[in-house]
Design a protein around this ligand. Sequence first.
Ligand code: DI6
Ligand code: FE
Length: 403
Amino acid sequence: MAPPSAVPGADEPWGLVDDGGLLVEDGMLRWVGPCHALPPELAERIAQQVALEGALVTPGLIDCHTHLVYGGHRAREFELRLCGASYEDIARAGGGIRATVTATRVATDAALYRAAADRAATLMAEGVTTIEIKSGYGLSEEHEARCLRVARRIARQLPVTVRTTALAAHAVPHEYAERPDAYIDAACQWLTRWQGEGLVDAVDAFCDQIAFTPAQVQRLFEAARALGLPVKLHAEQLSNQHGAALAAHFGALSCDHLEHLDDAGVAAMAQAGTVAVLLPGAYYFLRETRCPPVAALRAAGVPIALATDHNPGSAPGLSLLLMLNMACTFFRLTPEEALRGVTVHAARALGLGATHGMLRAGAAADFVLWNVGSPAELAYWFGCNPCLRVVRAGVETHQGAPS
Ligand code: DI6
Ligand code: FE
């Protein structure tokens, strides 16, 4: 089990507990530890016992950065990039995010829901019990709200915890061409109404040369702060805009991507307790060569999380386990760091650090049984799914193929 710091044995590498047991009550973990240490007064309360049969148990995995709700796909742009066009060239020519905005606006609510729910189910089959879902392909008050409602509907209809993030500041839509400041003003107004409808858990923006400037992001973050909404930022992905330091100044939950992060950004994040969310799927799919500064993040004690960044342009993958493998091979994370990156640190990136991503008393009873003998195997195998069983809020939600 990893990484339950309040549990006997948790000082072991990975926080592993031998012959461990979990006591579940009302969807929460009531007790976690080696079975022989279960206090008798708790043993008396056991109504039903389930054998874990020697399987490795981890917290439910958390995909803390996805763009699951969108229409269409961008396979044609993939072909163009293979012929030499860059991601930025395509975006500047009106493709990229804006192409997906067009496809999203014409899609029905039902079609958006069906596609996003299927994507969520694919993630969940690999042990994901919590997903962050961003808007960002509607780019108008109506269409962003539609996407956020789809995300909320996923939480109601599938056994998964969802955190929604409003990413209206993903790109400038054509109605606001050449008027990004006016677009940011509008987006600040929308936030108030979306929050009134209970659609938003956090606010995000894309800070880059092809997106929004730090000054524009700052205005959006001020509006979020006035509403009491936490912020996060797509920062230093394609260039260094010093967005991470700005986000840290606003106490951001996370800064995400970070290939171009500099030392000052690292220091600001460390001071603010902001999580670094690394997205190796986008790094891979865009054939980036510059890695995020993992050694500097580590040295500064910045918590590192990993996510799929699932989106149709830069990361069309739906395997969080593959991100563990890629984070180790590309970014040289250790397998233990990678697992913490999709559990305890991912929870923190969503403001769920007190209740999710850990196996300890008081946390949500979200856990996964794996058909592996050691936790490093979760980062080692790729292209296969060793997930045996998934329990979310104390209820079994998934059984993998029998081994
Ligand atoms: N960075 C990304 O990698 C995604 N969004 C962002 O801000 C890409 C989104 C897309 O290309 O559709
Ligand atoms: Fe993203």
